[in-house]
Design a protein around this ligand. Structure first.
Ligand code: HEC
Length: 472
């Protein structure tokens, strides 16, 4: 073979290799990806609030020296989209959110290229430090909604180093002197330490008699249940009893659809239900709720209700997860009113694996509303739909929740795959429901909403009317 043709072959291969590189990677071949120039702005925007000294993350990612030892782990978490904790499947259902903290594909590619290229620092002069917050923060404030107008703190509890799970249920006053409308709520642990012991906190709303419309009558007690009354009674209790908010570890806030909210009145109280588990050290803490109010004169027209759509059609007693197995259950709830669904928050305990919410229309069509395929117990992330993307369903639609459990050792959260697991309130027991805020519409309002954004999941883009006639 002539030397010339060999050279030619080499060139062809090199060109071929370049052609198969995606655009972003090609650009990064040309320039070096460095921490100070390319990576630190992404970490500051998407990671620092949790990964700075004193925040909830296990390590700081503020400076190059902080981040460098974690490079491999960062690549792995970012590529698998475990970090930031935003685990919803974007290939189905609603894809537009109000509180999306995820990375763009381009940001993921930049971080991966940085690690693959040796996790270089770059020019220190390119680093522009972002101030480090000193204390706990409200996720709502971080996301630009300002500080809460009202904060109500539950009396704290001291959990010993070793104990059975506890349910701490004190009562707090709601300090308002006139009726006010709430547009957004967030519960957080009262200090960083107590994040380790607080699994969930529900702020039940003890109503004044004039506020009876806060009781949800659109769903409670009308579940499709095979085994009947026990399951119905449980669902009834959960869904009729009004709540300001349900929070579980990692959740963040609830921001209601614009023009909807919850009314609070003088003399009302919060009855807390806090599930606390021992963490190997004595910790004193509890929870507090931040309330963001509608300005006076801008009262909303509609109530927002919090519903736990069940994933257990045969009732709680039928939840049966054998040792070392993957299991599935499902649940069905009929919507008795035209309903807008405004968010999705899957709730499980340690064996939760995946949850899908599907709508079955009265005419039999089905549509996936949301799917989280790799649920992580540390992150009960609340996926809040953008106002125009919040899907609306006609009365008679069935909300079908499919729940999957992993009781094998492949599940990193699993404390003991050799245990049988059934329903219960303890963290080592299991449960499955989709927490969703809903707004009910009259037939007139329903038609208006459909005319604007279409029916069901459309992500805010009304499907084009049939244009065949114009084309002919
Ligand atoms: C909402 C808060 C929050 C945000 C935002 C966040 N993290 Fe985390 N991160 C945590 C917490 C808490 C943990 C520990 C629990 C866990 O592993 O889920 C963690 C764990 C990690 C770990 C694993 C550490 C280990 O022990 O191996 C890595 C790596 C990581 N985060 C990187 C990132 C990166 C990179 C970003 C931004 C692109 C980010 N995180 C955004 C809170 C957050």
């Amino acid at each position: 073979m002539m030397p010339g043709s060999k050279l030619h072959l080499g060139t062809a291969l090199a060109v071929g290799a370049f052609l198969t590189l995606p655009g972003a990677a090609f650009a990064q071949q040309a320039k070096q990806v460095t921490f100070t120039k390319d990576v630190s702005p992404i970490l500051q925007a998407k990671c620092q609030s949790c990964h700075e000294p004193g925040s909830i993350g296990p390590m700081s990612l503020v400076t190059y020296q902080d981040a460098r030892p974690w490079a491999r782990s960062i690549k792995q978490r970012v590529e698998s989209r475990q970090m930031p904790p935003w685990h919803i499947d974007r290939s189905v259902g609603v894809t537009k959110f109000k509180n999306d903290m995820s990375l763009t594909d381009e940001q993921v590619a930049t971080i991966v290229a940085w690690v693959d290229g040796g996790a270089l620092e770059g020019n220190p002069a390119d680093f522009k430090a972002k101030p480090v917050a000193k204390d706990l923060f409200w996720m709502g404030e971080r996301d630009g909604y300002g500080p809460p107008d009202l904060v109500i703190k539950a009396p704290e509890y001291t959990m010993p180093a070793v104990s059975q799970d506890q349910w701490w249920r004190p009562v707090s006053d709601i300090p308002v002197t006139e009726p006010r409308w709430v547009r957004m709520v967030e519960i957080r642990p009262t200090n960083l330490q107590s994040r380790k012991i607080l699994h969930h906190s529900i702020a039940y709303h003890i109503l004044s008699p004039e506020n009876a419309a806060a009781v949800n009558t659109g769903i409670g007690g009308r579940q499709v249940s095979v085994s009947g009354s026990a399951a119905q009674a449980a669902a009834d209790l959960v869904n009729r009893r009004p709540q300001l908010m349900e929070w579980a570890i990692g959740k963040g806030y609830d921001r209601y659809l614009e023009g909807t909210g919850k009314m609070i009145m003088p003399g009302e109280k919060i009855s807390w239900d806090q599930h606390i588990h021992a963490a190997g050290e004595a910790i004193t803490g509890g929870s507090e709720i931040g309330l963001w109010l509608y300005p006076k004169g801008q009262e909303p027209k509609k109530r927002s209700y919090l519903v736990a759509f069940t994933g257990l059609k045969n009732g709680t007693a039928a939840l049966d997860i054998p040792p070392n197995s993957v299991a599935a259950t499902e649940g069905f709830t009929v919507l008795r009113e035209n309903t807008i669904i405004t968010n999705f928050q899957p709730h499980f305990h340690l064996r939760g694996k995946a949850m899908q919410v599907e709508a079955i229309f009265p005419d039999g069509r089905t549509q996936v509303v949301s799917y989280v395929k790799d649920f992580n117990f540390n992150w009960m992330t609340n996926y809040i739909y953008a106002d125009d993307a919040a899907p609306v369903f006609p009365k008679g639609t069935i909300i079908h929740v499919s729940a999957y459990y992993d009781n094998t050792k492949a599940n990193k959260s699993n404390p003991d795959p050799d245990q049988w697991v059934g329903y219960g309130d303890r963290t080592v027991d299991e449960m499955a429901h989709a927490w969703m805020n809903v707004v009910y519409l009259t037939d007139e309002e329903y038609k208006e909403r459909v005319a604007k954004f279409g029916e069901g999941v459309t992500n805010g883009v009304k499907p084009q009317a049939n244009t065949q006639q114009q084309q002919q």
